[in-house]
Design a protein around this ligand. Structure first.
Ligand SMILES: Cc1ncc(COP(=O)(O)O)c(C=O)c1O
Length: 359
């Protein structure tokens, strides 16, 4: 090991996907945007396909092309309308499109080609989507054209915190589409959180991201059925003795309150390990938590190993379990130390550290 590895756990990932499909009893559309939440698009798609997942959701055309080039027979859904200038690229790569605006739908119709489209209704997220009042208008426009309506969808703003509000959005969606024939259409509204409680079989696909990667965010817990899919390990690259009253790293942000042994590891915010992990964050060395003792830098972190029997190259767990399995640092821990959300922690993991598959 030089700087460290991001270990991606196939067994846990497959376990999570199987569990999610058991809970939802619907088709799974695995969300693989942002490098598959940091795990690697190719790795995630390959392992999901092995157990029969056919649908993948992405945020950019480039991500969609990556999936299609590696796995031609998969279906890929772009989650928002791209620039009209990219329309050719979409056709060439056979991507399904989420649509909701006059200008974009007109541009698709203008090409005369049969794009697969999923009409998105805004049921309360107020980010993208057509208003429920305009649903009939857009539906007619699509049906009167050569476009192929493959699905109808929405997205919830509070699925992880507010089941009641989410139920209202579900009801609004159902009311909006109640007068149309939905046979042969994909109806997909759920993200990870609502997959655990919206068991309504009017819908036939769920778009799951974070839960597939083992993070518990639903108000309905999986009772430990979801397994973390990512671990990050690095090594001790430097050891130094510092005196009480000294400080280490940029800003000299913490004055040592005792003589200390300080270890350095070659991981930093350039790898996606967030800057705000100091002052609350920890790593694990020799089955003990060690507190960060100075600011996270672009390529290195510093932590207190006073009293531990350590040497250069000893393993450091940044995310995951201690060797004895008694201690753990989770994605949620790192998110809490940084006052942010689990999605941001995973998606920011940069490509500098190699991904290594473990079972
Ligand atoms: C439209 C849409 N659907 C589904 C998801 C997956 O969400 P989650 O990771 O919470 O499962 C996202 C994620 O941002 C999204 O934007």
């Amino acid at each position: 090991m030089d700087r460290g590895y991001i270990y991606v756990n196939k067994k846990s990932f497959v376990n999570n996907l199987k569990y999610l499909s058991q809970v939802s009893k619907k088709k799974t559309c695995l969300v693989v945007k942002a490098n598959a939440y940091g795990h690697g698009i190719e790795w995630s798609v390959r392992n999901a396909k092995e157990i029969g997942v056919e649908w993948f959701a992405v945020a950019s055309i480039d991500e969609g092309i990556k999936v299609k080039q590696a796995f031609k027979d998969s279906r890929v859904l772009l989650l928002a309308e791209p620039s009209v200038s990219q329309i050719d690229n979409i056709l060439k790569n056979d991507l399904d499109l989420t649509v909701y605006s006059d200008s974009f739908i007109d541009a698709l119709i203008g090409t005369g080609y049969k794009y697969n489209v999923h009409l998105k209704i805004d049921t309360g997220m107020h980010r993208i989507g057509c208003s429920p009042e305009k649903f009939d208008y857009f539906l007619k426009k699509i049906k009167d054209s050569k476009l192929n309506l493959a699905g109808i969808c929405t997205h919830f703003p509070e699925a992880d915190t507010n089941k009641e509000d989410t139920q209202k959005a579900i009801d609004l969606f159902k009311k909006t589409i109640s007068t149309i024939d939905t046979d042969n259409l994909l109806l997909h509204v759920d993200n990870s959180a609502s997959t655990f409680y919206n068991l309504d079989d009017s819908f036939n696909m769920v778009r799951v991201g974070i839960a597939a990667y083992g993070v518990e965010i639903s108000p309905v817990e999986s009772l430990n059925k979801l397994k973390p899919t990512m671990e990050i390990k690095t090594r001790i690259s430097n050891l130094q003795h510092r005196k009480k009253g000294e400080a280490v790293s940029y800003g000299k942000a913490k004055i040592l309150d005792r003589d200390s042994v300080i270890a350095t590891s070659p991981i930093g915010y350039g790898d996606g390990y967030p800057w705000n992990t100091f002052p609350d964050g920890k790593v694990i060395v020799k089955n003990q938590f060690c507190k960060l003792i100075g600011r996270v830098t672009m390529d290195q972190i510093l932590f207190d190993v006073t009293g531990l029997d350590v040497q250069i190259d000893d393993e450091v767990t940044v995310l995951g379990n201690s060797d004895d399995g008694k201690l753990n640092i989770s994605v949620s821990d790192i998110a809490n130390w940084n006052k942010t959300i689990e999605w941001e922690i995973l998606t920011n993991m940069s490509k500098r550290l190699d991904r290594v598959e473990i079972e």
